[in-house]
Design a protein around this ligand. Structure first.
Ligand SMILES: [Zn+2]
Length: 378
């Protein structure tokens, strides 16, 4: 088990260009209008129609139809109950959960930016994720300490950065040979765009693609994208040779994860074990909404207060996040709790002397992660 655990939320991926939960559907609609998602246009339209029906029942119930998480959860609940406003056929409701996975998948695929390197004519990983892989994860591995990353994000910003740095992801799916390889435990609690599920009911394995050697660049843009979903469709399961399903394996980000329980249970158990043995936990860009019962329980059942949890560090520029985490922690841990009002990028910056972000209060002492872990450079 790793002594150092990083927990990442949407705020960590924001620098890659990915839309936020609150404007996700608007961005998806723009992509549809611009003809950027032709292969899934029908799925996009179906989702927007269903959102329209949900919106129309607002007088009866409160669902935030602008928030992709709420909409995904409503569709899942509709599938469970066999009811969704405006849609008569049960089979249509079931298809909607497949359509929304395509909407999420293609929207993230088309908006996650891998910037062009104009000097070397290549493609760079997203800057802050690469700094994280290079200056923190790699340095910890060098010191033979081991660390793990637990993320709520579906996108491939960090996956590609690890790939570019030559570090293999151990997704906890047991599918990648890691013997004598440089690797990091990387647990994606809500699934990932590069995970496909074997269609065979008897097998049903989740198969990750980890080579990102094909990127797409369009003229006039200064970044490339990774066409991962179309590649997943053409792959077969290595153990039973059946094709993979056409949707990426992603789980709705709500407490109601029971429908996916069997498939992703191993990943969640691994996450609980990692938290249990952690000496230092760093939470970055995860706002810990009140509705996230899953993390609350994962943390409460995972973290063993008897072990030597030395520090619990939360980095977020929204100071409301500080109080939410303080309420989560018991008094014993709260003495070791430190909130830092830093963005993801600034939390992992290695420049220690002579660097301060513009928004920082000059009188306040901030500590970056390399400072806390005493990582030295140069
Ligand atoms: Zn299979």
């Amino acid at each position: 088990m790793s002594k150092i655990v990083f927990v990442l939320g949407a705020g960590a991926s924001a620098h890659c260009g990915t839309p936020l939960m609150g404007n996700f559907l608007e961005v998806a609609e723009d992509l549809l209008r611009a003809g950027e998602v032709k292969e899934a246009a029908e799925d996009f339209r179906k989702v927007f129609d269903a959102v329209g029906y949900l919106h129309a029942i607002q007088s009866k119930a409160r669902i935030n139809t602008y928030n992709i998480e709420d909409v995904f959860a409503a569709f899942e609940m509709g599938k469970l109950l066999g009811r969704l406003p405006g849609i008569q056929e049960k089979s249509e409701i079931e298809k909607l959960t497949s359509s929304i996975k395509k909407v999420i998948g293609y929207t993230l695929e088309r908006t996650t930016r891998f910037p062009h390197n104009t000097i070397q004519k290549g493609v760079n990983p997203p800057e802050s994720y690469y700094e994280f892989a290079d200056n923190i994860i790699d340095k910890i591995i060098e010191r033979e300490k081991g660390c793990s990353v637990i993320t709520f994000n579906y996108d491939l910003g960090l996956d590609y950065s690890l790939y570019a740095r030559g570090i293999l992801p151990d997704y906890g799916l047991g599918d990648i040979d890691l013997t004598n390889k440089k690797c990091v435990t990387y647990l994606k609690l809500h699934g990932s765009l590069n995970w496909g599920k074997c269609r065979s009911r008897n097998c049903g394995r989740i198969i990750p693609l980890i080579k990102f050697d094909e990127l797409i660049s369009k003229s006039g843009l200064d970044y490339s994208t990774i066409p991962i979903i179309s590649r997943l469709k053409n792959r077969t399961c290595p153990s039973c040779k059946k094709p993979l399903g056409e949707d990426p394996f992603i789980v709705p980000p709500t407490w109601n994860k029971t429908a996916y329980h069997e498939e992703i249970e191993h990943v969640w158990k691994r996450a609980a074990l990692e938290l249990k043995d952690a000496e230092n936990i760093f939470v970055l860009g995860y706002s810990f909404p009140d509705t996230d019962m899953f993390f609350r329980y994962l943390f409460a059942l995972g973290v063993d207060m008897r072990t030597s949890l030395r520090g619990f560090y939360v980095y977020d520029i929204d100071s409301a996040v500080e109080e939410r985490f303080q309420n989560l922690l018991s008094s014993g841990v709260s003495q070791r709790f430190l909130y830092q009002g830093l963005k993801f990028k600034d939390a992992i910056r290695r420049e220690i002397i002579g660097w301060r972000a513009d928004y920082m209060d000059l009188d306040t002492e901030y500590k970056t992660i390399p400072q806390i872990l005493n990582i030295r450079y140069g």
